[in-house]
Design a protein around this ligand. Sequence first.
Ligand SMILES: CC(=O)N[C@H]1[C@@H](OP(=O)(O)OP(=O)(O)OC[C@H]2O[C@@H](n3ccc(=O)[nH]c3=O)[C@H](O)[C@@H]2O)O[C@H](CO)[C@@H](O)[C@@H]1O
Ligand SMILES: C=C(OP(=O)(O)O)C(=O)O
Length: 417
Amino acid sequence: MEKLMVRGGRPLRGTVQISGAKNSAVALLPAAILAESEVVLDNLPQLSDVAVYGEILEQLGAGVSWSGDTMRIDPSRLRSAPMPDGKVKLLRASYYLMGALLGRFGEAVIGLPGGCNFEPRPIDQHIKGFEALGAEVSNEHGSIRIFARELRGAKIYLDVVSVGATINIMLAASRAKGVTTIENAAKEPEIIDVATLLNAMGARIKGAGTETIRIEGVEAMHGCRHSIIPDRIQAGTYMIAAAATRGDVVIDGVIPKHMEAMSAKLVEMGVQVIEMDESIRIVGAPAYEPIDVRALVYPGFATDLQSPMTSLLTQASGVSILTDYVYSNRFKHVPELVRMGAGIRVEGRSAIIEGGPLNAAKVRAADLRAGAALVVAGLTVPEGVTEITGVEYIDRGYDNLVENLRRLGADVWREQE
Ligand SMILES: CC(=O)N[C@H]1[C@@H](OP(=O)(O)OP(=O)(O)OC[C@H]2O[C@@H](n3ccc(=O)[nH]c3=O)[C@H](O)[C@@H]2O)O[C@H](CO)[C@@H](O)[C@@H]1O
Ligand SMILES: C=C(OP(=O)(O)O)C(=O)O
């Protein structure tokens, strides 16, 4: 196992290039199952989740080949085999195998997903969707077994706005008979990206990115070529790191519209945010105002940026409040930040953050974004070295993190534990 070493105190300066979005990639790869010929995905991020998904598709019989950031997936010989454990346990998004295999073959047996389990993350809305489409769903020894003689379009109202359930239902409904509507659908940019791919494969999906999505089922789908949208969570993390180190960084290859909630909060703190066509420049300031942040579904402030934002708020002069309305208890970064000297207490679903300097410490990333929070925190500390274990979580979501930060002038390296 490796650990990440951070000697902070240097303002980040320069340009960082943002790769494709993890949360799109891990949905687009299983979406390729629905096609009967080759799907080519460009701008894939080099992340452990993406590598694992490629291996899962190979295990199911797909031809998979990489060239740079492009993956070619030939699903013509793919079959629906049970996947009760193994690789499906390594990532959250293995749940998309359910919708994709159900759509193409009418059956799937998939182990309950793994990934970052910062709190219980139910999939009841996914199952409700599959059942509404006519599938029988049962839990057999920790695996979800789904079977349908025929999938029929249905009207599905989601009780909670769920990214995963919205995409999973889109996948299965693309090959159902008749029309499916998803009401109270999630509106994240990754949902539009998946709908764009599916439509290029021959699906008929309208309304992705709004709260009502209409899917007219088709009998067959074909291959296509698609380029993945930029990762707004990676982009937001670098925006935060630039501000936290009082740096001057251009975050390149982003869609500034996707970053609006993040940009607005940085401006409120006193950070200079300069938007260009496909990049954002962040110019830090010597002192920051404390602010309130509410993590919400898109277009609200992303919950996946809540943890690194907590680290930035330790740099404000005064008390900030950060409330997560998506997850009630996503605070595994807080005890570790406290170990670094932060004044933070958790009350209900809020973190109350008192600004002040941090110290270097030995800390552990308990999940992906908790890890990002610790990296940001370490970058602010001028004395000593912050040692971060649990790097395997960080590798789920940040490709070339060490190289990118070093190029921006940070003193960061990996060592064997
Ligand atoms: C692979 C991927 O894209 N992961 C993202 C996706 O996760 P994921 O798709 O798992 O998250 P959801 O949008 O489904 O979860 C939102 C909320 O709904 C609840 N819920 C969800 C489904 C369900 O069946 N029942 C239920 O109660 C969850 O517990 C959570 O409180 O969106 C989250 C919210 O933006 C992000 O943090 C994750 O990075
Ligand atoms: C929680 C996250 O991912 P996942 O849903 O894949 O665990 C995340 O990206 O912050």
